[in-house]
Design a protein around this ligand. Structure first.
Ligand code: 5AD
Ligand code: SF4
Length: 487
């Protein structure tokens, strides 16, 4: 399915990596790393597989940090893992089902290791854990721990209880304590870019979406704790931070003065951090795109000209049934206003085809909106009924084959837009923040302000710096160019 997700940009950890793209499973990869002398390794090993969105990427990093404080080291194969964690996504059926097939393989690894006297604790974390709870242990009895997304900080305690002989534990409550406060200081960020979760949960209740049920009501972290975390990231070399939230532009955290602060206010505060060069945020809802935030795009130099703003459908009837609370015309008017202040902004979006009741005419309206809005990038999905959501039981469910055909047509239009956007960069000078060495000798890889991957021959000393690059070629997944001079 997710063709639209893999083109345009490489699916790395900076991307909105959804579902199958993150199928970077290591199950098929080779073999446990034995100690040189053949002895059992001293450190406990944890294998973490992340499905879904960047929020899960962030959560996996934080779980890894909690476990590092307990003496765990990460392994990229489950075969030698004392603890295997699947950090799951529930947004579409396919994603949830993949968890169960992975659990089958983990069960086999667990019993093979048990024969050699080695224990393997299997944990299911994330949104499937939150949504299915006990059901997971019933379907997959090899699972030891089902861990909701608000309880990661309790991992050491829960693992201790399991090792003490307790039977399978299911922890999916939304506790009163703030997990962000209870998590250890961030330690692993050595990269130039980082995610920072500023907001979790969603109160919008789009009728197709499980997020309000799996991640709960909106919660915004206080500005002070975010500034503190951002400062620490910058001290460790991070230059580009993406603020994450399921409904990030609905952010309303406690400000330094105790009053509620908007996302625009938070961005202003973070922009004052010296050494932080770039700020991004995702995912936004059109309804929460405030004047102040639009203004920030025009005014705040550190806020990158890239905005992920899902519209889901171009037909007002479908939008109403989706409970999106905006129309196609509202959406187009909104992006026109955003572009007034920041004409070069790259817009990306999410689109669902085959929502219940979607007619051919509705689908044509979606195509028309995509053509008119001129997206730099778009993620497109076939509607997937999610148990417990209102749309799952709506009349007019669309046959799979129709969804497939619509998705294919939509992706052609998306592709054309994306080729236009990348192609238009050839000959331009773009400020590129270099992130790492590239695959080819002498080459570095970085990002343009519009989140495109850019390759250029450059000194590794430039990693972490913004350098002007003259773009020479636009390839399927990236741009290439030559360095002009440091800016
Ligand atoms: N079916 C298909 N796509 C979905 N999304 C969310 N729920 C569903 C579903 N049930 C898509 C939306 C959302 C993105 C993260 O995933 O487009 O913006
Ligand atoms: Fe789901 Fe986004 Fe709608 Fe919230 S706004 S219910 S996260 S699609």
């Amino acid at each position: 399915m997710v063709r639209a997700l893999t083109h345009g940009r490489l699916p790395d950890s900076r991307e909105r990596i959804l579902l199958d793209d993150l199928d970077q499973t290591h199950f098929d990869e080779a073999s446990p790393q034995a100690e040189p002398d053949g002895s059992t390794p001293a450190a406990k090993r944890v294998f973490i597989k992340t499905f879904g969105c960047q929020m899960n990427v962030y959560d996996s990093e934080r779980m890894s940090e909690v476990l590092a404080a307990e003496g765990y080291v990460e392994t990229d194969t489950p075969d030698d893992a004392d603890l295997a964690i699947l950090n799951t996504c529930h947004i579409r059926e396919k994603a949830a089902e993949k968890v169960y097939s992975d659990l089958g393989r983990l069960r086999d690894i667990k019993s093979a290791r048990a024969k050699g006297g080695k224990e393997t604790l299997i944990t299911v974390a994330g949104c499937v854990a939150q949504a299915e709870g006990e059901e997971i242990v019933r379907r997959a009895p090899a699972v030891d721990l089902v861990l909701g997304s608000q309880s990661y900080h309790r991992l050491p305690e829960l693992l201790g209880r399991l090792r003490g002989g307790e039977a399978a534990l299911v922890e999916t409550a939304f506790p009163d304590e703030d997990k962000f406060q209870a998590l250890p200081e961030r330690a692993t960020a050595k990269a130039v870019t980082a995610f920072l979760t500023v907001q979790e949960g969603c109160d919008k209740f789009c009728t197709f979406c499980v997020v309000p049920y799996t991640r709960g009501m909106e919660y915004s972290r206080p500005v002070a704790s975010l500034v503190d975390e951002a400062q620490r990231l910058v001290q460790r070399g991070v230059r580009d931070i993406t603020l994450l939230g399921q409904n990030v532009n609905g952010y309303h955290g406690e400000g330094l003065d105790g009053a509620s602060t908007t996302l625009a206010g938070l961005i202003g505060r973070l922009a004052a951090i010296e050494g932080l060069l770039r700020i991004r945020y995702m995912t936004s809802h059109p309804r929460d795109m405030s004047d102040a935030l639009i203004e920030a795009h025009a005014r705040e130099g550190k806020l990158m000209p890239y905005l992920h703003l899902p519209f889901q459908s171009g037909a007002d009837r479908v939008l109403a049934a989706m409970n999106r609370k905006h129309t196609a015309a509202n959406y187009l008017a909104l992006i026109a206003r955003i572009r007034e202040g920041r004409p070069d902004i790259a817009l990306s979006t999410d689109i669902i085809v085959g929502f219940p009741g979607e007619t051919d005419a509705d689908f044509e309206a979606t195509l028309a909106l995509v053509r008119e809005a001129d997206f730099a990038h778009a993620f497109s999905f076939k509607y997937s009924p999610r148990p417990g959501t209102p749309a799952a039981t709506m009349d007019g469910q669309v046959p799979e084959e129709v969804k497939r055909q619509r998705l294919e047509r939509l992706q052609e239009v998306i592709d054309a837009g994306y080729r236009r956007f990348n192609g238009a960069c050839v000959g331009k000078r773009l400020p590129v923040l270099f992130e790492k060495v590239g695959r080819h000798a002498g080459q570095l890889v970085g990002r343009s302000p519009y989140l495109q991957l850019v390759h250029a021959v450059a000194d590794p000393a430039l990693i972490g710096h913004v350098v002007d690059v003259e773009i020479r070629t636009a390839e399927p997944n990236s741009l290439s160019g030559v360095i002009c001079g440091q800016s």
